[in-house]
Design a binder for this molecule. Sequence first.
Ligand code: PMP
Length: 334
Amino acid sequence: MKYASTVLDLIGNTPLVKLNRVTDGIKATVLVKLEYLNPGGSIKDRIALKMVERAEESGQLKPGGTIVEPTSGNTGVGLAMVGQLKGYDTIFVTPDKVGEEKRDVLRAYGAKVVVTPTAVAPDSPQSYYGVSDRLVTEIDGAYKPDQFSNPGAPDSHFETTGPEIWNDTEGKLTHAVISAGTGGTITGTGRYLKQISADRASGPVKIIAADPDGSVYSGGTGRPYFVEGVGEDMWPGNYDPSVPDVVEPVTDAESFEMTRRLAKEEGLLLGGSSGMAVVAALRVAKDLGEDDVVVVIAPDGGRGYLAKIFNDQWMLDQGFTTDEYSALDFIGAA
Ligand code: PMP
């Protein structure tokens, strides 16, 4: 019989799929790595498992322990799932600007969610960093993974994401396009791909960071943008700036237009950071030849963005355009 012993065995080994329509006019092969096919729905399952395993090995997390992390997004889901299977309590601290649906997902896995006010300074004891730090000191056996600085995060990508891409492309990939949030994905995957291809006749794999226009990685101040999970207003410990060869800034409008096109033209319902990375990939690919192979990491799926990127009214309210049909298109009077 073929089955996984637990859901944790289903983390990783995600497939690559070729883009066929949005790549019109491009000679290079562009492949997308579908991380939404991880059991928790995103690439963050990988780091959650690694960070928890490391903490068990080092003794920072003991049976009956509690995982505390300030996160509302994909890392929370990964940690909630891993914690639930391994018998740890999980507490997530989220600012009140985070939508109720995201908190409900965490609660569905049995996590406890603490909500903190957004309108306080980051160093205030009421901020979500402040509250999570206090919980870690006050709860017996509590452990905070801290995805921004935990070396287990990039290491998980060095050990799994990078080798999967290299093996599935049989060492033929020439470029990898990776979005950066905490930096763990690009640092670990990029380091592996550069190292393994260092002595290749055709030269090492080029690593391209996809970054929301305005974020610090592409020279911005961290000014607000809408695309979620990527870009920063500070430099996290897990981002190694020597890994990317190029950083491509992408605007929200470009990211969202591509995210919607991927669903309509390629049948791929992906999150906004995936659309952003595809925009950067196509920019790079347009100057490449038919022997070039570009791999783009798509960190999560589109289900979590139905009320935003895939909602025409939300898009128009934020000043983005949509490709809504007018009634005239259907009655042929246009
Ligand atoms: N896309 C999404 C949707 C994410 O949640 C994250 C994680 N913050 C990323 C991309 C970036 O991954 P990393 O933190 O490893 O840079």
